[in-house]
Write a protein that binds this ligand. Structure first.
Ligand code: GLU
Length: 292
């Protein structure tokens, strides 16, 4: 056995904002498989920064589902809602570097600006999830004005100034993908995402920011997650580069599709692990359904 410090570190990072379904089981099995294959460690991270949708009861259900499936991971596990200070420190660094700005437009205001623009012939740029790039002019807003609006409790998000951020790194950036055949470099295109959100008035950190901070703090060397997050890896590489954090290797596994041909979501209740278990399925059945 190699020393703990030399062993690869994997993590399964579900969000307790709904019940675990077959797609989560596949991701957990993938992580378990790769950890076993490489003699690595498997960590669990509960991604519960969304305090309105994540609940303790859903977290309990998630732990019970993993126990039932036979997924073992190191304890204690990390719960993101207990580490908002870590994300705040990373956010402050980006602000101090002059790369982040407060943005005040509501979703409705963004929609109107984009619609007005698109009545002309040109299409407004959209991110890989289909959301329009942020059109506000606050990047150049005098801090005295933005500071006053924040003091007046105006709802806002803190966004990354993508153009400035790209100038701070050695673009193009790459990320390393791994699979059975080895590793290969893939060009990252963070610019496709526009000025991403780093924090909101009601959620002190965004998914992107907390995931890179935690992967570094937990010493994660191999990220194994679904293909739906593959394009987001470009943003993660950029944040790692800006914050001086190490870059793990990445593997984005296939997704399980529902009967409607779309990726499984929390609303596909019949694929929830709890429902399958109650209907008499065994952990082995779930493995087979996931193709393991
Ligand atoms: N928490 C994310 C999810 O449940 C996964 C994040 C990740 O693996 O990077 O979809």
């Amino acid at each position: 056995m190699t020393a703990a410090a030399d062993r690869p570190v994997f993590r399964f990072a579900p969000s307790p904002n709904g019940q675990l379904h077959l797609g989560h089981a596949l991701s957990a099995f993938e992580n378990q498989h790769w950890a076993e294959k490489t003699g690595g460690r498997l960590l669990l991270r509960i991604e519960d920064i969304d305090r309105t949708r994540c609940t303790a009861a859903l977290e309990d259900g998630l732990i019970a589902d993993l126990d039932w499936l036979g997924i073992t991971y190191e304890r204690p596990f990390r719960r993101q809602s207990e580490h908002f200070d870590d994300y705040r420190r990373a956010l402050d660094r980006l602000i101090d570097m002059g790369l982040a700005y407060p943005a005040f437009l509501t979703r409705g205001e963004v929609r109107s600006i984009v619609e007005a623009y698109e009545t002309g012939s040109a299409a407004w740029p959209r991110d890989p999830d289909g959301a329009p790039h942020y059109p506000g002019g606050e990047r150049h807003l005098d801090v005295r004005i933005s500071g006053r609006r924040i003091a007046e409790k105006a709802r806002h998000t803190i966004r990354l100034d993508m153009e400035k951020a790209l100038k701070r790194v050695n673009a193009p950036l790459y990320w390393t993908a791994f699979d059975e055949d080895g590793t290969r470099l893939i060009e990252a295109r963070p610019e496709d995402w526009g000025d991403i959100v780093l924090s909101r008035s009601d959620a002190p950190s965004s998914y992107h920011l907390s995931v890179v901070v935690d992967d570094a703090l937990q010493g994660v060397t191999h990220v194994v997650r679904g293909k739906d997050l593959e394009l987001a890896t470009a943003v993660h590489r950029l944040l790692q580069e800006l914050l001086g954090l190490p870059a793990p290797l990445y593997r984005h596994h296939r997704l399980i599709m529902g009967a409607d041909g779309r990726k499984l979501s929390k609303s596909n209740h019949d694929t929830a692990l709890k429902a399958l278990r109650d209907a008499g399925a065994s952990p082995l059945d779930i493995r087979r359904l996931c193709g393991f």
